[in-house]
Design a protein around this ligand. Structure first.
Ligand SMILES: N[C@@H](CCC(=O)N[C@@H](CS)C(=O)NCC(=O)O)C(=O)O
Length: 309
């Protein structure tokens, strides 16, 4: 049975989405706590430098980005499903709202009011990553009333969903849409000092948040980054080479490519050799002395894949 290893840190909201997903499926997993700032040598050896958190490792396969993590978990552990009521496509469309515009607002609410009291290195790193090259949390703090005015009606959309009287977004069982909404509400509740007051006008959302917290995180056991690296070294990636004759970029297995997020976040592109390609995902092979051959799995949506010589 494949060992799930999650590289994450407790304060990461995007990781909370996956931790609760592991809880929803009641899975046993290994928890590798990474630094909040990108001093992550073992993880970078295994991912060619992909700097976002979380990453899910299974042997020598690294699932980068929560889109890939959820798809892989669903494939390997279909029950209970992330997609109750046959709702498998729309939740990913919903994730483009929650992980994009909604997260951008929540991030400002979580960081801007307290940025001055946080370590300057963390603040400047996150400003570059999320606000772009000229981003600045001091300006965001002044703009907080506008940000809250944007966030409030969007949380109201979620509140309305629960007026159906059903306990979860898709009905009687929690699924991916719940995880997508949960990490935003969790982020605001954990970080924003006035969260209780701000969220008090959404009683149905608050009652749902209590249910989501009760989902838990499944069964984690701590593991060191070094042990995770040793597991990768002893394993080989699974999964066949796959090509896609309809790929709009003409990408094929064996080509050299690099991949990076489409946002202007200053992240170094990850280089590798295409192992498989499909409409939804691309896998790159990397190989180095620290961990041997690894397969890195990325979603197509939100990432730019570029061929290199
Ligand atoms: N699109 C990515 C976003 C991941 C993301 O932005 N994660 C945050 C942590 S919550 C991050 O990596 N921040 C910078 C860091 O931790 O180095 C995903 O869905 O996995």
């Amino acid at each position: 049975m494949a060992q799930i290893i999650l590289h994450h840190y407790p304060a990461s909201p995007v990781s909370e989405k996956v931790r609760t997903g592991l809880g929803l499926k009641q899975l046993t997993w290994y928890s590798v706590e990474q630094n909040r700032l990108p001093d992550r040598p073992e993880l970078f050896a295994m991912t060619g430098g992909y700097r976002r958190i979380p990453v899910m490792q299974i042997g020598a396969d690294m699932y980068c980005d929560t889109q890939c993590i959820f798809s892989e978990l669903e494939k390997r552990f279909p029950e209970p499903t992330f997609f109750p009521n046959q709702g498998s496509g729309l939740p990913f469309a919903l994730s483009r709202w929650t992980d994009g515009p909604l997260f951008d607002l929540a991030l400002r609410v979580a960081f801007a009011p307290v940025a001055e009291s946080l370590p300057p290195a963390l603040v400047s790193d996150r400003a570059r990553l999320y606000l772009g090259p000229t981003g600045n949390f001091a300006e965001e703090a002044e703009d907080l009333p506008h940000t809250l005015a944007q966030l409030r009606p969007q949380l109201g959309w979620l509140e309305k969903r629960f007026e159906t009287g059903r306990p979860y977004v898709l009905g009687d069982a929690p699924g991916l849409p719940d995880l997508l909404a949960w990490f935003i509400v969790w982020f605001i509740s954990e970080r924003y000092a006035s969260a209780e007051d701000f969220l008090s006008e959404f009683p149905l959302l608050n009652a749902w948040a209590v249910r989501m917290k009760a989902v838990g995180h499944g069964y984690p056991t701590p593991m060191s980054p070094k042990d995770a690296l040793d597991i990768a070294k002893d394993a080989l990636p699974v999964g066949e080479e796959q090509s896609d004759p309809r790929d709009p970029q003409g990408i094929q297995p064996g080509m050299n490519a690099c991949i990076s997020p489409v946002t202007d976040s200053g992240e170094t592109p990850i280089k590798g050799q295409v192992r498989s390609v499909s409409k939804e995902t691309v896998s790159l092979s990397i190989n180095n002395n620290q961990c041997g051959e690894m397969a890195l799995h990325f979603p197509r949506v939100g990432y730019r894949l570029t061929l290199i010589d």
